[in-house]
Design a protein around this ligand. Sequence first.
Ligand code: DOR
Ligand code: ZN
Length: 339
Amino acid sequence: MSLILHSPLDMHLHLRDEKMLENIAQASAHTFAGGLIMPNLVPPITSKEEVVAYKQRILKAIGKEQFTPYMTLFFKSDYDKAFLESVSEEITAIKLYPAGITTNSEGGVSGFDIEALRGTLETMSELGIPLCIHGETNGFVMDREAEFVSIYEKLASAFPKLKIIMEHITTKESVEALDRFENLYATITAHHLMITLDDVAGGMLRPHLFCKPIAKRPEDREALRKAALSAHPKVMFGSDSAPHPQHAKESCGCAAGVFTAPIALQILAELFEKEAASQEKLQAFICGNAEKIYGIKAQPKKVVLEKKPFKVPQRYNGVVPMYAEEEISYSIKEVHSGQ
Ligand code: DOR
Ligand code: ZN
């Protein structure tokens, strides 16, 4: 049995830089038609020159693969209008991190004083630049995302024309917020559709499943599944595939991030089949919704998956993927780029 996906898009992707970029870029570029590239490098991407240069490094790393890197800028509250106008042609969105909330986010926003953010957000709204947010407070780890919903609501009502994307949502509260504000959208990862906190820490600690936001309760996963499997039109796939070297994960201070790029499509195919969701819904979740939300047109790519067990390798160039050495039920059969 085979399944054809057209032009899959990964609307939240960490490709990193230098050796890591070279090691992992192909894993996404082979099966995806494009991805929204996160800017949390060290230092983060905050200028037009850096966006352009990083895009060139990505294109070099992906070599012959046909893949569009949709670039982002790291949010700063002091970006002025002239700068945003000039950078807008190079970027698809701006990513906002609360300061210190996750990997390489130290230069992010502290305190969430809407007045302090107003200048940049009004200009983004005027220029039609979407705002992607890592929505977690610095509260208790299981409550951080639910607590952030009130900040999403304040932002959504203060800037009704600004498209706000709640990144990698993990809670039922975030799913519910989607329907309360016209300008709120969300990405959902593959791993948050598969796991709960039990899988991370309910038995032996599984560092390769540790990420931010942390996986939550079964009822939260249920709400995420409902939104993804029904291809809720305001929801799109964003893997948050976040590679770290094996030693940084298997360490007493484990880095946050799950590396799913090489297996994301296969496990989504498996989930949609298991839950009897249609291929059309998967296609919308993986491409169509993102095209509409971002107003982009993915380049042509046809990915043929087949129902054939695939043993996930222990490592991809030194990075341990989700489900390493386990068997998943779908494999990538062929990929055709172009029309
Ligand atoms: O788990 C995560 N890893 N969450 C993020 O938000 C960032 C990411 C990373 O860059 O490693
Ligand atoms: Zn991320």
